[in-house]
Design a protein around this ligand. Structure first.
Ligand SMILES: [Zn+2]
Ligand SMILES: [Zn+2]
Length: 351
C-alpha cells in the first residue's frame, strides 16, 4: 500500500487530520450519500383486478394498493454498499386517494462508526384497466369450445367437469402471464355447453384436456372477423364431440359384455367383465355397440345363492330373485352384496 514504506500515516485532504488513505473516516462519512431515494415514484395498478404494471407487462397481484405502494417504495430506496449491518425501516402513510408518503429511516455502521440517514418518498398510484380486464369488459373473445356428444347429450357430470377444467386452466394461464387466458362466458346451449374464451391457444388446450378425459374428437374451424390493433382478428370454434360412450359404460360389443375403461384420441379402451380381457378399438367400431348401463349407476343387490357360473341375486327394486352370470373369479358368498347394472330383463354383476 505504501510506496515509501517509512510513514504509514497520511493526511486527510479535506480536514488535514490523520488518515490511513484518502479521506478520514469522518470526512468520508460526511461526503457519502448513505441513502439513495427518488423524490417520487409511480405505480400503475388495474382498478378492476389489482394487477400491477411492471416494465410494460401486467402482473397479477393479490396485494392491496397499500402493500404494492410499500413494496415499490422499499425497492426504490437503496442503502450505500459501504454500509455494514444496514437496517432500513420504511413507514408508509396514506396522504390522498391515490397518494402515499414513504418515510425511510436507515441505521448501520460505516467504517466502524455508527451512521444514520433518512428520506421521504412520494408514491403515486395510477389506476387503469389492464389488458385482460378491458378485453373482458369489452366482451372480447377469440375462441368458443362447443362441448357436444355423439347420439346423446353430454351428461351433467361431463359438462360440470369441462366447466371446472376450463376455469382452472384459464386461471393457471393467467397466473403464468397470459393476458388472454380468461373465460368470457360459459353457457348451456341446446345439445351441450359453450365455453367462450379469450384466446384460441387456450381453447385448444382446454378442448384437448376435455377429450383426453372423456374421449371424442376435436374439429377446429376459424374465420376472420376483423382487425384489432392492426392485426387480423380470427375467431375459432372448437367442436369437441364426445363419444357415444362414457367412462364406466357397460356395453355389449361382439357378443361380450365390456366396460369402457378409458379413451385416448380415437381409441376406446375396453375391459371384458368376464375375465377382465383388455381390448383397444376405435370409436367408429364401437358405434354399433349397445349400452347396457353405467358403473356409476350400479346398484347394490344381495346374493342369495350361486355356483361357479351363475349367481342368484335379489333385485333391489322388486325383491324378486333373478339370475345373472357370475364374473370370472368373483369371490362372493350368499348374504353378501354385489354391484349390479340392470338392462331390461338382463342383470349384469360388476366386479
Ligand atoms: Zn477528514
Ligand atoms: Zn385487471
Amino acid at each position: 500500500m505504501c510506496s515509501d514504506g517509512d510513514d504509514v500515516n497520511a493526511v486527510c485532504p479535506k480536514c488535514g487530520g490523520p488518515s490511513n488513505e484518502g479521506l478520514c473516516d469522518l470526512c468520508a462519512l460526511e461526503s457519502t450519500e448513505l441513502l439513495s431515494c427518488p423524490e417520487r415514484i409511480e405505480i400503475t395498478v388495474c382498478s378492476v383486478c389489482g394487477a400491477k404494471l411492471i416494465k410494460g407487462k401486467w402482473v397479477p397481484s393479490q396485494a392491496s394498493v397499500g402493500e404494492l405502494a410499500y413494496d415499490a417504495a422499499c425497492s426504490a430506496i437503496c442503502a450505500h454498499e459501504g454500509l455494514s449491518k444496514p437496517n432500513l425501516d420504511v413507514k408508509l402513510i396514506k396522504t390522498g386517494a391515490t397518494r402515499y408518503m414513504a418515510m425511510a429511516d436507515l441505521k448501520g455502521t460505516f467504517r466502524s462508526m455508527p451512521a444514520e440517514a433518512g428520506c421521504r418518498l412520494e408514491v403515486r398510484i395510477l389506476s387503469m384497466a389492464c389488458d385482460r380486464c378491458s378485453r373482458r369488459a369489452g366482451r372480447y373473445f377469440e375462441s368458443t369450445i362447443q362441448v357436444r356428444a355423439s347420439s346423446r347429450e353430454p351428461t351433467e357430470r361431463e359438462m360440470e367437469v369441462s366447466k371446472k377444467m376450463a376455469l382452472e386452466m384459464a386461471e393457471a394461464g393467467y397466473k403464468h402471464g397470459d393476458q388472454l387466458s380468461f373465460v368470457q362466458d360459459i353457457k348451456a346451449t341446446q345439445g351441450g355447453l359453450d365455453i367462450v374464451l379469450g384466446s384460441t391457444q387456450l381453447g385448444r388446450q382446454i378442448s384437448k384436456v376435455i377429450s383426453e378425459r372423456f374421449g371424442g374428437r376435436i374439429t377446429e374451424t376459424s374465420k376472420l372477423v376483423g382487425q384489432r390493433d392492426g392485426r387480423d382478428l380470427c375467431r375459432s370454434t372448437l367442436l369437441v364431440r364426445l363419444p357415444k360412450f362414457k367412462l364406466g359404460d357397460i356395453i355389449r360389443f361382439r357378443a361380450a359384455v365390456h366396460e369402457v375403461a378409458g379413451f385416448e384420441g380415437k381409441r376406446v379402451y375396453l375391459t371384458t367383465l368376464k375375465g377382465g380381457h383388455k381390448t383397444v378399438i376405435t370409436d367408429d367400431e364401437v358405434e354399433d355397440a349397445r349400452i347396457l348401463g353405467n358403473r356409476n349407476k350400479a346398484r347394490k343387490a344381495t346374493v342369495v345363492a350361486g355356483d361357479e357360473r351363475i349367481l342368484e341375486i335379489m333385485d333391489p327394486d322388486t325383491y324378486k330373485v333373478v339370475l345373472a352370470p357370475r364374473p370370472h373369479g368373483l369371490e362372493v358368498q350368499p348374504g353378501q352384496e354385489v354391484q349390479i347394472v340392470r338392462a331390461g330383463d338382463e342383470y349384469i354383476v360388476l366386479e
